[in-house]
Design a protein. Structure first.
Length: 527
């Protein structure tokens, strides 16, 4: 077999002999170059000092490992001005001190970039090329510096090193649809310094973070900032949810009157009208009373947080409420078996108690569900734990109700339509709030031609605390919000790259540093 044609660099290497073993192929090679270049001064030299053996790993062949046994030389540097007297022969097929040929190093680096260290090591072992995970990670080259290219449209968002504690920043070229850099934090100085290196920037999309707003203003004052529409809509719905949480009691009363749901009796002297319409748990009741008692004594928000051990978000939520939050109620969802319960009950009364027989028979009637549901129904009949055939109706919570108000197309139950009609009739502020949020939802979603300033004035003059605060926040960032509702730019593709970054990060169990994350995130496979 002529091995010469398969060598990494046939022009400078000569094949001497081969030794084929059950798992390894050894190739004896020697260099044919007459001289080499000094790495210190760059001068050529043909004066040989000595010879030594160098072993390199190469691409596997027919499932066998390939090892190259090279006879290479050391040379004297003939330049009197050079500080290096002796140097090793430089090979085009392998980097100095490396034990892999360049083509094998490129292969393992590409695999490591795609699959990570441990997974790549397992894959390579199955094809006769065992390489340790640490070697694979060391083989990953520094990523191409995309940040030096001109960037005209930039998307900025944060990503979590550890959620709630430490965050980094991802930068995405919106024109090319690819990430161009990762920053170790989301500090104003870090982001602004990066932006100063790109005076060509024209568009910057971001969420409503004050840190990114300030960084964009300082680092790229010439660029137009565009707030993300999805975050604007999210903030509007959350504002509505907080408002409904604070004034939830009249909603529960209207729902009970409109739908005929009986009022659950409550012990006297206990505030128990809850967010979900269910009695509060003792723990929630105790927290509610403790936080409001500390507030009444004049303690600040930070002091209450330190005394109770709760996070500031939770303390703020309890302080906004006029009653303690109750247990979340999860009504039973409709099942495929519901339309056939009456037929199954008749068969059960007739003496058919075998689940398999009932399953086969009910399938003839049109049932498309599984056997397990029928078996559970039979078990309920035997134990007497028969469920109600209709889902329990309760007043929708503040979160669910906020969605019904901003998205009326989500209303699927007649009881909810009756409830909303009664709210418009019996609650003075309800119709005004509904008009404000639906107008804002269409406006911030870019589906309305109404002026933004007019809607902000309506929010400011509404007399509703949560909406007034929301309007103040939008007014501070008015130019970016206006650009969001009038221009096609958004942060959508940035969010997609954040999800990709999360996948890479979790695939490495959160142990990757910034250099490895950056290399894998910015990697672009050939083709």
């Amino acid at each position: 077999m002529d091995f010469q044609a398969f060598l990494p660099d046939p022009a400078t290497l000569r094949f001497n002999t081969a030794h084929v073993r059950p798992k390894t192929v050894w190739l004896e090679l020697s260099s044919t170059a007459t001289s080499s270049v000094c790495p210190q001064c760059g001068g050529p030299s043909s004066r040989v000092h000595s010879r030594y053996q160098r072993v390199l790993k190469d691409l596997a062949c027919f499932g066998r490992r390939v090892r190259l046994h090279l006879n290479v030389r050391r040379f004297f540097c003939t330049s009197p001005a050079c500080s290096q007297r002796i140097f090793c022969e430089r090979l085009t097929m392998a980097a100095p001190w490396q034990r892999l040929t360049r083509r094998l190093a490129q292969q393992v680096a590409s695999l490591a970039l795609e699959a990570g260290g441990e997974c790549s090591a397992r894959c390579l072992a199955t094809v006769g090329q065992p390489v340790s995970a640490d070697t694979l990670l060391r083989a990953i080259p520094e990523p191409a510096t995309f940040s030096s290219r001109p960037v005209y449209s930039l998307g900025i968002d944060d990503w979590a090193w550890r959620k709630g504690q430490r965050y980094g920043t991802i930068l995405v070229d919106l024109d090319r649809h690819e990430p161009i850099d990762l920053l170790p934090d989301r500090e104003v100085a870090t982001v602004a310094a990066w932006l100063r290196g790109h005076p060509e920037l024209r568009i910057i999309t971001r969420d409503r973070s004050s840190a990114y707003q300030e960084a964009a203003t300082l680092g790229a004052p010439q660029a137009l900032q565009v707030a993300d529409r999805w975050h604007l809509l999210k903030n509007l719905r959350e504002t509505l949810e907080r408002f409904l949480q604070r004034l939830y009691r009249p909603l529960t009363e209207v729902f009970r009157k409109a739908t005929g749901v009986p009022v659950t009796p409550v012990a006297q002297g206990v505030v128990s009208v809850s967010i979900a319409g269910c009695p509060p748990t003792p723990r929630a009741q105790q927290r509610f009373l403790e936080i409001h008692a500390l507030k009444a004594q004049g303690h600040s928000l930070m002091q209450i947080t330190q005394r109770t051990g709760l996070c500031m978000v939770t303390v703020r939520k309890y302080l906004r409420l006029t009653a303690s939050p109750g247990q979340p109620h999860r009504p039973r969802r409709a099942k495929r078996i519901d339309p056939y319960r009456a037929w199954l009950t008749a068969q059960w009364a007739a003496g058919t108690h075998n689940a398999t027989h009932l399953f086969n028979a009910v399938r003839v009637q049109g049932y498309t569900g599984g056997f397990t549901v029928v078996r559970e129904w039979c078990r309920e009949q035997r134990t007497g734990a028969l469920e109600s055939s209709a889902p329990v109706r309760r007043c929708p919570g503040a979160r669910a109700l906020s969605w019904l108000l901003v998205r009326p197309d989500l209303i699927t139950q007649p009881a909810y339509e009756t409830f909303l009609t009664a709210c418009r009739r019996d609650i003075p502020w309800f119709a005004k709030v509904e008009t404000l949020v639906q107008t804002g939802w269409a406006l911030l979603g870019g589906r309305s031609s109404n002026p933004l300033r007019g809607w902000l004035r309506d929010l400011t003059g509404s007399g509703l605390l949560e909406f007034e605060r929301f309007a103040i926040g939008l007014d501070r960032d008015f130019d970016a919000v206006l650009a969001a509702v009038t221009l096609p730019w958004s942060n959508g593709q940035v969010e997609g790259h954040v999800n990709r970054l999360k996948t890479l990060k979790r695939g490495m169990y959160g142990r990757a540093g910034l250099s490895l994350l950056r290399a894998r995130m910015l990697h672009r496979p050939p083709g």
